[in-house]
Design a protein around this ligand. Structure first.
Ligand SMILES: Cc1cc2nc3c(=O)[nH]c(=O)nc-3n(C[C@H](O)[C@H](O)[C@H](O)COP(=O)(O)O)c2cc1C
Length: 509
């Protein structure tokens, strides 16, 4: 729309001038055109609002509509009922937080607390001072017994989203934000691009089934190029992607329109063709091969933390994985558990909507099986799947996670409006597109600060929630702290709903 606006303005101005030449009063139309053109030129140069910069004049309607929408409507919209993946309440938390606007809401609770499914944490009769916990200290060390380069991971990090799926400007802003806020940025399966490296934010390098960035011309895993990249100081951890919640068992999809020559070169594929990475790894097979491959990656990376990303499927397979880890006495340093509610740039609808276990269930299975096998302390758990607010984080940490990833909330911090165009290369906010006319409107210098603000504000919220609940150390947070309304007259805490394995064992023996 930028070019259309420029040509349209020139056309209207010349047309009006020619009209005035033949019939003088037409010149008064300039009274209308000039302010509109000035406003449009200001919009073209807007750094704060990508939509306005990409759609001069017309983009303003979005903000007008936002103002007109009855505010009260927002208050009663509960999770997932407004037809967008991240609900309005959580989304406005991200927007406000990223822009460092007011971090408060007016008038009271926005959710129906008597509706079954409502969840909360109980406060303490003796809360701690709100500054008792420093958000900057909300970190964990990742690196088990065989890791020689452990990494101090923030409790909130940017989940895997590739350059290809996201634009260069989005990647630049995310990584710069990670650098500013001292947290980690996962590359996604597309591998490390120059945009990941420009600002030097900590990288978690993800390797998917396509082995982009470490593959042979035939598409197999290439140990030599893996070794070279894994040893870069900016790469702090390596994540082997086995599956992703939005399309488990399917493999990645890069739509043809987004596969530009630059991206194709990086991925060693044909430009402007759809790229489907397989649903399985060719370099190993079975859980035995998977555990063995962890050793290979650890060796090649000189002892950096190695993790596996997966959406939990058949619990018995996860059990087999635990058995195999014990048998080989080899453990991933971390497991990233992605929920079936997770996001993606492009996926078949059935895979997005009906395959893979939700985060809560998957996380409980992972945590409890590791406990049952006595190996929970060997592995860190990172959780992802609609983790957006501080309370979302507290809930998954209480269930068993050690840290969290967020993908779509980070996109919202960049200015995503959930236009749901990621798979069409038409993202109007320049976040999930490779069209220069769209991504150039995403001002990196403005947005990287928003990414860091969102991260910082959310960790502050976690710290404050813990203080209100009288929890002096994140380690003490557990399932007993989180409550859920079951029905009109019944509430239960997570420990009653999901008993820890010891109790589970006692109850079945
Ligand atoms: C645009 C986009 C691209 C993604 N690309 C990848 C990817 O390359 N590899 C991967 O493992 N997950 C990918 N994901 C999934 C996210 O990393 C994350 O697991 C999932 O969206 C759940 O987190 P969320 O609910 O915070 O978005 C992608 C998600 C989105 C929205």
């Amino acid at each position: 729309m930028r070019n259309e606006f420029i040509f349209g303005s020139i056309f209207i101005s010349i047309g009006t001038a020619v009209g005035a030449y033949f019939y003088f009063p037409v010149i008064f139309l300039f009274i209308l055109w000039v302010p509109l053109i000035i406003l449009g030129v200001l919009d073209l140069n807007s750094k704060r609002h990508t939509i306005v910069a990409n759609y001069p004049l017309f983009g303003r309607f979005r903000y007008v509509m936002e103002e007109l929408r009855p505010k009260i409507y927002q208050y009663f919209i509960e999770s997932d009922t407004d037809g967008t993946p991240i609900n309005r309440v959580s989304r406005s938390v991200v927007y406000q937080r990223a822009k460092k606007q007011l971090d408060t809401t007016p008038f009271g609770t926005q959710l129906d607390i008597y509706k079954p499914g409502y969840e909360w944490i109980n406060h303490s009769i003796t809360p701690l001072a709100l500054d008792h916990l420093n958000p900057d200290d909300l970190r964990i060390d990742v690196g088990g017994k065989d890791c020689s380069q452990p990494y101090s991971l923030s409790l909130l990090n940017i989940s895997a989203m590739s350059y290809g799926s996201l634009s260069s400007h989005a990647i630049l802003a995310l990584n710069w934000g990670a650098k500013l806020g001292n947290f980690a940025h996962n590359t996604g399966e597309g591998g490390i691009s120059p945009y990941h490296e420009e600002h030097g934010g900590d990288i978690i390098w993800q390797i998917g089934t396509g082995y982009f960035g470490c593959r042979t011309p035939k598409g197999e895993f290439c140990a030599k190029s893996f070794e070279e990249k894994a040893r870069k100081p900016q790469v702090k951890m390596i994540e082997l992607k086995v599956s992703q919640g939005a399309k488990p068992g399917h493999g990645g999809i890069l739509p043809a329109e987004k596969n530009t020559p630059e991206i194709a070169k990086m991925r060693q594929v044909e430009p402007y063709t759809s790229v489907f990475s397989p649903g399985f790894h060719s370099v190993f097979s079975g859980v035995e091969g998977l555990v063995d491959f962890i050793k290979t990656l650890r060796h090649l990376s000189c002892g950096k933390p190695i993790g596996i990303k997966l959406c939990i499927g058949d619990p018995s397979e996860f059990n087999d994985l635990c058995v195999e880890m014990k048998r080989q006495n080899t453990f991933p340093d971390f497991l990233s558990i992605d929920g079936g509610e997770g996001g993606t740039g492009a996926a078949p609808p059935e895979f997005s909507n009906s395959i893979g276990m939700g985060l809560r269930d998957g996380l409980i299975i992972a945590n409890d099986y590791l406990m049952l096998h006595g190996i929970r302390d060997q592995v860190r758990l990172i959780a992802s799947g609609k983790v957006v607010t501080g309370f979302d984080m507290v809930k998954v940490l209480a269930l068993g996670a050690d840290a969290c990833y967020s993908a779509r909330a980070m996109m919202l911090a960049l200015g995503c409006i959930q236009a749901l165009e990621c798979n069409k290369n038409k993202c109007p906010t320049g976040v999930a597109t490779q069209r220069p006319d769209l991504y150039k409107g995403l001002d990196v210098e403005d947005k990287y600060v928003r990414v860091a603000n969102y991260h910082q504000g959310t960790l502050e919220s976690v710290a404050e929630i813990l203080c209100a609940a009288g929890i002096s150390d994140i380690k003490h947070l557990n399932r007993r702290h989180i409550w859920r309304r079951i029905s009109f007259n019944e509430i239960k805490n997570y420990e009653e709903l999901f008993p820890y394995p010891e109790k589970f064992l006692k109850s079945v023996c």
